[in-house]
Design a protein around this ligand. Sequence first.
Ligand SMILES: Cc1cc2nc3c(=O)[nH]c(=O)nc-3n(C[C@H](O)[C@H](O)[C@H](O)COP(=O)(O)O)c2cc1C
Length: 258
Amino acid sequence: MSEKENILSGDPGFNYEEKAPDIDSKEFQKVIDSRRSVRIFDGTPIPDDVVRRCLENGLLAPNSSNLQPWEFYLVKDAAKKKELVRACFSQVAAKRAAELIVAVARTATWRAHAREMFNLFSKLGPGVPKSVLDYYGRLVPLAYAQGPLGILGLVKRVVYFIVGMSRPTLREPVTRAHLRTWAVKTTALAAENIMLSFRAYGFDTCPMEGYDSKRIRKILGLQRDAVVVMVIAAGKRTRGGIYGPRIRYDSNRFIKTV
Ligand SMILES: Cc1cc2nc3c(=O)[nH]c(=O)nc-3n(C[C@H](O)[C@H](O)[C@H](O)COP(=O)(O)O)c2cc1C
């Protein structure tokens, strides 16, 4: 495969440009610094357009191969909301939230989404590099499929092991657990986009994983492949809603230059 034909190592030859706008980095830093996990909200409703904007911003997060393996459930139905609060062990953040959003990762939508990407690019006509069509038409289906009982994944694991002895090789996903990690990774990035967006629009959030996932699956009628990634409580902070100053360990423990 030549450099040009390989979408990963070569420039596929697109002649597209998006100019980077000027950003007020101080304002951005304020959003990062002031995002705290807020557990008690003051009851102020969040305007629908703000909620929608924040959710849409979630969908702008980077995501693996643009396969968008996520779903976000804004729970408005009063009965469902009550059940969801209970499934979150009646955490105060859930009880006092103006809005509750469930972030869900899907491990079974990638095939349809890859097909959609393929069709989208196919429709653009002859200008689309072959490597792009190959990526969504051939490579993605091969890379993500695990086959019945995970047998294809097992075969791939052996092949990757052998090929990997002589050159850098893809190693995952070769199990359903890898596929779950894959989808959760991307969904968590979107969740962060959502939380930062609420902050930027003057509201606050608390991500929660203290919940009964089985009950949440039932409340939302989720498909078998769905993974509940987190529940996001959103609202306006009130005094006492942040439990204390932010604690982080020395950054040199975690940021390493090698
Ligand atoms: C995936 C995840 C799950 C969390 N689950 C809960 C939770 O169930 N309940 C809660 O009160 N806080 C929860 N938190 C919030 C963390 O406790 C909080 O982010 C952490 O203490 C750091 O504080 P900060 O967010 O204010 O910087 C969760 C955070 C994340 C990222």
